[in-house]
Design a protein around this ligand. Structure first.
Ligand code: ATR
Length: 275
């Protein structure tokens, strides 16, 4: 019988996950179906339960339900527990395993696809919301020379610094607190790109051979990537690679097979270039 999986979110109609997982399934000869399911506000748990009772094997969870998914899971991986957010469910009998593959997806995109080591590099993470929280532990595990978190509301960055102190040292503050520092990797995990906005950054934030990485993606370069290009940053990337890699991590959790992400990544980038 064909195994069923789904992405649940609101909105969800434009999710690229069904295309990505269908491509993975074809490539690895896995017999599965993957659909997009819209949940209404307040309807997350009922929608998940219905899918599970129909025999669903797993789900991806996207905006705005990652926190609810974290609370609903009855077992958590360490990375989901630390992120306090779940983007993947795996259902097994009564077990609802909650995992978070976002951070692993980001690291894999940066280190494997973009060929940019994080180890011994100075990394600046912009933003202190859920998107940032999800990637801090995986970043620290790469043992950067320095991890800094800057946020418009500095206190939220300081709170993260304290909460993650057991996992490693973090420098935290407002953006201007990092004036004079140069970072090899600057990751935008703020929601600013959504509203075509950008926090004010100190000049000289980018080291000479820096990578500017926006966790968001859209059909045109985000404000952050435009800013980085104007400041001579040679390596620019948006979140398409992270999207595909987090999907591959989920697929691996469900099926025990690691798909090759290059083909689907090229396909997504091509279709964007044609717009
Ligand atoms: P999420 O949990 O989805 O990441 P969030 O908790 O609202 O969303 O966090 C969004 C992040 O983007 C925060 O770091 C926020 O900064 P504040 O904590 O100061 O609100 C940041 N952010 C959103 N819009 C921004 C903007 N226009 N300029 C700078 N930072 C912005």
């Amino acid at each position: 019988m064909t195994d069923r999986y789904a992405v649940i979110g609101n909105p969800v109609a434009h999710s690229k996950s069904p295309l990505i997982h269908a491509t993975f399934a074809r490539q690895t000869h896995q017999d599965l179906r993957y659909e997009a399911i819209l949940a209404l506000p307040g309807g997350f748990i009922t929608t998940v339960e219905t899918f599970r009772q129909q025999g669903g094997k797993g789900m991806n969870i996207t905006v705005p339900f990652k926190l609810e998914a974290y609370q609903f899971a009855n077992e958590l991986t360490e990375r989901a527990r630390v992120a306090r957010a779940v983007n993947t469910f795996k259902f097994e009998n009564d077990k609802i395993l909650g995992d978070n593959t976002d951070g692993a997806g980001l690291i894999r995109d940066i280190t494997a696809n973009l060929n940019f080591p994080v180890t011994n590099k100075c990394v600046l993470l912009m933003g202190a919301g859920g998107a940032s929280r999800g990637v801090i532990l995986p970043l620290l595990q790469q043992q950067p020379a320095m991890l800094a978190i800057a946020n418009r509301t500095p206190q939220k960055a300081l709170d993260l610094q304290q909460q993650f102190a057991v996992y490693g040292q973090i420098n935290a503050g407002g953006y201007m607190d990092f004036a004079g520092e140069h970072f090899d990797i600057v990751i935008n995990a703020t929601a600013a790109s959504l509203s075509d906005d950008l926090p004010e950054l100190p000049d000289s934030i980018f080291a000479a051979e820096a990578l500017a990485y926006d966790m968001m993606y859209s059909n045109k370069p985000t404000r952050f990537l435009q800013y980085a290009a104007q400041h001579g940053v040679p390596h620019l990337a948006d979140g398409i690679g992270m999207l595909v890699e987090q999907a591959a991590e989920s697929f691996y959790l469900w099926r025990g097979v690691r798909p090759d992400t290059r083909a689907v990544m090229a396909q997504l980038k091509n279709s964007r270039n044609r717009l």
